[in-house]
Design a protein around this ligand. Structure first.
Ligand code: AN7
Length: 354
């Protein structure tokens, strides 16, 4: 029996990390690549569609891949505290891995815009949560400045070891498919993940000639600095994870899109929420931001801007639906209320069928 040991140990020879790194893992990674043939058909058919379901990582998002490496590096050099700015998922992940290593974690979040499951996670894992009256971008500026003045390790994706960990998702996709997909669609916020995937695909292609995907990066219309070509002062979107107006890795994200012969586009909140529903109707419940990649693909198909005939497409679903329950309970039908009686239930079921 081979025992899975997490992304750092599994891919260590391919990660550019210092020798002092001491593994702190929750056995993240190794997430399923789920085929969704019915959804591909709904979108017009003629192509193969897979979802890389990163919501199945230990804290419910892809952030764990990068966090295991960033925390392992910080732990290995004797850091006692870590800090990050976050729209929520990074906070929960940083808190979990810091606790695993018995380190202190401080997370700075924008007021009122962090989904319930993420805030609860950060608190449950033992982070010191500080809410600022400002945006994610303000929070990021603050933590960068603090980490320069104090011995506190910065674990946002400006930390290069985060990207080293996150690129392993590209390796896993190619291992399952045997080659790179033709297209990779994913949401873009602070732009660390798109940068990491492109690094991963290029590195693997250099080593094993797996080919390269065209990358479709997708932002939310109200938070689309990479599409507009300038920062957005007051980003707004239902997909709070990607409510970011000044992406730290903007240049690398644009380079990834261009080099891969792909592009970065924006979709509306409506398109994001419709795709969230459609994914759930196929058995995969993701948080709104995580539906953005596929929403972008649907958008391009609908407007005849992409030809996927005979292609293999992978959409990255970055976080689990449980992260943001409010968005569902707010929008969805309330449960039917019935007396606890067989007749009432039977009447109801028959009525429903008619
Ligand atoms: C579910 O947690 O920025 O483009 O602070 O949570 O690498 O930023 C989260 C980002 C996509 C965008 N999907 O990834 C944070 C944070 C989900 C996310 C993104 C995020 P990047």
């Amino acid at each position: 029996m081979t025992i899975y040991s997490g992304v750092l140990e599994t891919y260590r020879p391919y990660l550019d990390i210092p020798a002092h790194t001491r593994t702190v893992t929750l056995l993240e990674g190794n997430t399923p690549l789920i085929p969704l043939p019915r959804l591909a058909k709904t979108l017009g058919g003629g192509f193969e569609l897979f979802v890389k379901f990163e919501g199945l990582n230990p804290t419910g998002s892809f952030k764990d891949r990068g966090m295991t490496v960033a925390i392992s590096e910080a732990f290995g050099r004797g850091a006692k505290s870590v800090i990050c700015a976050s729209t929520g998922n990074t906070a929960a992940s940083a808190a979990a891995y810091a606790s695993r290593a018995n380190m202190r974690s401080i997370v700075i979040i924008p007021a009122g815009k962090v989904a319930a499951g993420k805030l609860a996670g950060a608190v449950a894992y033992g982070a010191e949560v500080i809410q600022i009256d400002g945006s994610f971008d303000d929070a990021l500026n603050l933590v960068v400045a603090i980490s320069e003045r104090h011995p506190i390790a910065l674990v946002n994706s400006l930390n290069p070891y985060r990207l080293e960990g996150q690129k392993t998702a590209a390796f896993e996709i190619c291992e399952v498919l045997g080659t790179s997909p033709d297209w990779l669609a994913l949401p873009v916020g602070n732009a660390g993940n798109i940068t990491a995937y492109w690094m991963g695909f290029k590195q693997l292609n250099d080593r094993e000639a797996t080919g390269l995907p065209q990358i479709l990066g997708v932002q939310a219309e109200g938070a689309a600095p990479l599409v507009l070509g300038h920062p957005v002062e007051h980003p707004e979107t239902v997909a709070t994870a990607i409510r970011i107006g000044r992406p730290a890795r903007a240049e690398q994200a644009l380079a990834a899109a261009e080099e891969s012969k792909g592009r970065i586009i924006a979709v509306s909140d409506g398109e994001i929420l419709s795709m969230q529903k459609l994914l759930a109707a196929n058995g995969v419940w993701v948080e709104p931001a995580s539906a953005a990649g596929l929403a972008g693909l649907a958008h391009e198909l609908e407007h005849d801007l992409i030809n996927l005939k005979g292609k293999r497409v992978t959409a990255v679903c970055t976080g689990h639906g449980l992260k943001d329950p409010d968005i569902i309970t707010r929008e969805m039908a309330k449960p039917h209320v019935l007396p606890a009686e067989m007749n009432a239930l039977e009447d109801y079921l028959v009525q429903e069928r008619e």
